[in-house]
Ligand binder design. Structure first.
Ligand SMILES: O=C(O)CCC(=O)C(=O)O
Ligand SMILES: [Fe+2]
Length: 344
């Protein structure tokens, strides 16, 4: 088992020692060697439980409290653990969403996959499918921490993770209605950013039907044993079952799954299309298979946050001093949660 030996509160750029080697390596490298390659959910859960204990131990030494347990989120935590998804009452109201829209509408957007490509909402390049903003711009947006640090969200997330969360992604994401076919994260995939993590999604535009590009989550896709049991009920050969099981758990972090195989493995009742007006909010364990369908009618704007036990190896983080100092409650808990983004 890996052991955190040197967490530092400011950055928490921790180092770990691998057993028997004595070698020190960065968390990113440790993760590459372990969590990325573990596809079995129960094994990931064992590692996540250990990591959650280590995080709790470490942050107690740093005087970061855990949240007091509270019954009013226990059902949601249970649902998130069991179903992989929980729908929330709206986290942001229409006035807040309209303030956010005013803040971002004139800001240059960056192509998600081509950072050198910048444009405006009225000049979206034909080939750009997904857009985002600078992280410093995101975190200075009005109300963003009202959503990302909403007490109900943090209670659910901490209950799910088993330790106080690390905010490891915080961004607005545009999906542009400029092509029929799906690309990138519009195709079925699993996120694989930690041993245990989840994402908060908030629609900032209305997503009323398939043409608005809903987020689609595949229930029952998290655990191999459950998928195996589903496949066992299908009237197909053992060879085909094995091939399908292998397919839906294969892959490195950028692997995309074949739509037909996913649909064959997971029938209609496993497919949860999130539809709703702007403000619609949900938390998902995105280790489960999911995609954002390409919108066809109008551009879709999403706010998303990822909460994990440790920083995500894929990203490098630069914390910034907030322009609005009181954007989130000034206590050690919230300082800890936001430390990769917010410099004190
Ligand atoms: O656009 C979406 O709904 C899904 C995005 C996605 O896959 C992710 O953020 O992990
Ligand atoms: Fe994803």
């Amino acid at each position: 088992m890996v052991k955190i030996i040197d967490p530092d509160f400011e950055q928490f750029h921790t180092y770990q020692t691998l057993p028997n080697t004595g070698a020190e390596l960065n968390l990113r490298q440790a993760y590459d060697l372990t969590a990325k390659t573990i596809r079995d959910y129960k094994t990931r859960e064992v590692a996540a439980d250990q990591l959650a204990l280590l995080v709790k131990e470490k942050i107690t030494q740093l005087n970061v409290p855990t949240l007091p347990t509270n019954n009013d989120t226990s059902e949601q935590i249970k649902a998130l653990k069991k179903e992989g998804v929980v729908q929330l009452p709206n986290i942001l109201n229409h006035k807040q969403i309209s303030d956010i829209y005013t803040y971002i509408e004139n800001e240059p957007i960056t192509d998600f996959y081509k950072p050198e490509l910048k444009f405006n909402l009225n000049s979206i390049p034909e080939k750009t499918r997904i857009g985002r903003y600078r992280s410093e711009f995101n975190i200075n947006c009005p109300h963003i921490f009202d959503a990302l640090n909403h007490s109900k969200v943090l209670r659910i997330v901490e209950g799910f993770l088993g330790a106080p969360p690390t905010l490891s992604v915080a961004m607005f994401m545009w999906s542009f209605a400029n092509a029929e076919s799906a690309q990138y994260m519009q195709l079925f995939h699993r996120d694989n950013d930690d041993y245990r993590f989840c994402k908060l999604f908030i629609y900032l535009t209305d997503v009323e039907d398939q043409d608005d590009g809903p987020h689609l989550f595949i229930k029952n896709s998290i655990d191999q044993e459950i998928v195996q049991a589903k496949l066992d009920k299908l009237d197909i050969s053992t060879y085909e079952k094995e091939t399908m099981l292998h397919h839906v758990f294969a892959g490195h972090p950028h692997h995309r799954y074949d739509e037909q195989i996913v649909h064959k493995t997971f029938p209609e009742q496993d497919r949860l299309y999130h539809l709703g007006k702007k403000g619609t909010s949900f938390i998902e364990n995105t280790w489960g298979i999911h995609r954002g369908l390409p919108p066809r009618r109008k551009h879709r704007l999403l706010l998303q946050a990822q909460y994990s036990l440790q920083p995500t190896p894929m990203f490098s983080y630069t914390p910034h001093i907030l322009k609005q100092k009181n954007a989130f409650p000034d206590n050690r808990y919230n300082q800890y949660v936001n430390r990769l983004y917010v410099k004190l």
